[in-house]
Design a protein around this ligand. Sequence first.
Ligand SMILES: Cc1cc2nc3c(=O)[nH]c(=O)nc-3n(C[C@H](O)[C@H](O)[C@H](O)COP(=O)(O)OP(=O)(O)OC[C@H]3O[C@@H](n4cnc5c(N)ncnc54)[C@H](O)[C@@H]3O)c2cc1C
Length: 313
Amino acid sequence: MRVVVIGAGLAGLLAAQQLHNNGHEVVVLDKGKSPGGRLATRRIGDATLDHGAQFFTVREPEFEPHVQQWIHAGVVREWCKGFSNQDGHPRYIGASGMNGIAKHLAQGIDVRCNTFVFEVTRNEDTSWSTKIDDGTVYQSDALIVTCPLPQAYSLLITAHVEIPEALFQCAYDRTLGLLAVLDGESAVPAPGGIQNPDESLQFVADNYMKGISHIPALTLHFSPAFSEQHWDDEPHALHQLLIKHAQPFLGHARIVESQVKKWRFATPRTPWPQRIWQHDSLVIAGDAMSGPKVEGAALSGLAAAIAISELQN
Ligand SMILES: Cc1cc2nc3c(=O)[nH]c(=O)nc-3n(C[C@H](O)[C@H](O)[C@H](O)COP(=O)(O)OP(=O)(O)OC[C@H]3O[C@@H](n4cnc5c(N)ncnc54)[C@H](O)[C@@H]3O)c2cc1C
């Protein structure tokens, strides 16, 4: 089958990899500059910073072999077994940044970045036409849509498929982030991560202690309430405010360069109870379907690949 996958985040890439390995002809389309979506790693000078997902855990047996394969390939390694509270569950990270997992999965697959999909239509013979911003139309026998649900909704509005309203009512929390390069070691304790240090912050990571950055660099992710409250602040004032909130984690170091990052669709609030939503050859997948985390996205992508493969049986 010819399969189009919209979204080169973890869900889309895992689905594409499985289908490609099963002999299907797969094309992955993503509007971003490179694959990964919320598995995002940015370089600022000599610093490397994860600015989306910081780490992940494994709870379900279906996910375990994939993680073991990534560890074997040197793409993933264990970071720690908890932060202030060592609960014994391994926290895994991309060995050179979380985005390395996406790059690894994209190898050998036809992934087309800088490709914004703006319309999907269902043809009379139940095949699909996916139109991108330059007017190119991709024809496929099956379609997997993995972008955040509000973005999926705007694409599928022209598809003439009855999709449950409750699916698209899923709201997302926003996340404001600060990426800060330091001139010395931070005050973040080993192993380099602090969960919920105060009401305004959700996570603070030291990318140097994590082992992905050559020089000290912090990622600060702000809480949903704080992010909502300050989302539309004037950019310079917002930047200064986020820098102020970083002060307790600097120790004797100073911030030498910093950037603000805004995640509009960071975390789905009420995930759909099944791993995918399917109507014939259309599958909607992603972390909104299976739990708002890396593992949820992976499980949903794997379920999407199985659903499409079973169409032939
Ligand atoms: C700030 C932050 C911190 C996080 N921290 C953690 C963590 O520590 N641990 C954890 O387990 N999880 C964490 N997560 C969640 C985790 O990153 C996500 O659950 C997971 O990466 C989602 O993968 P996905 O494939 O479902 O979606 P995405 O990664 O969002 O992929 C969807 C893709 O669709 C593309 N797209 C959207 N619209 C279009 C269009 N019209 N045309 C073409 N392409 C389109 C996007 O560019 C994107 O690449 C965090 C997320 C954020 C934002």
